[in-house]
Design a protein around this ligand. Structure first.
Ligand SMILES: [Zn+2]
Length: 76
C-alpha cells in the first residue's frame, strides 16, 4: 500500500497517509479541516538522488512545502 504525503492548505501541516483502497484522508490531522491536497511523492526521491545520501522522506518533506503550484520542479 502506498504512502502519500499530503499538505493541509489551511494550516500548512504536512503529513503522511497510508492510502488504503485509493481512499484519500478525509481531514487534516491537525486542524481537522478537509482542505488538503496530495503532494508529489517524487519529492523524496529527488532529494535522495541529488544529495547522494540517505534522507528520510519525512525529513525532506519540509523542503517540499513550497510546492504550492503542484509541481516539484522548483523544490530541489
Ligand atoms: Zn490543517
Amino acid at each position: 500500500m502506498p504512502i502519500y504525503e499530503y499538505q493541509c492548505e489551511d494550516c500548512k501541516k504536512v503529513f503522511e497517509y497510508l492510502v488504503m483502497g485509493g481512499k484519500d484522508p478525509d481531514a487534516c490531522p491537525k486542524c481537522k479541516k478537509n482542505n488538503i491536497k496530495r503532494m508529489m511523492s517524487a519529492c523524496g526521491f529527488v532529494t535522495k538522488g541529488e544529495g547522494g545520501q540517505t534522507v528520510k522522506a519525512s525529513a525532506s518533506s519540509s523542503s517540499c512545502t513550497g510546492c504550492t503550484a503542484g509541481s516539484c520542479a522548483s523544490c530541489h
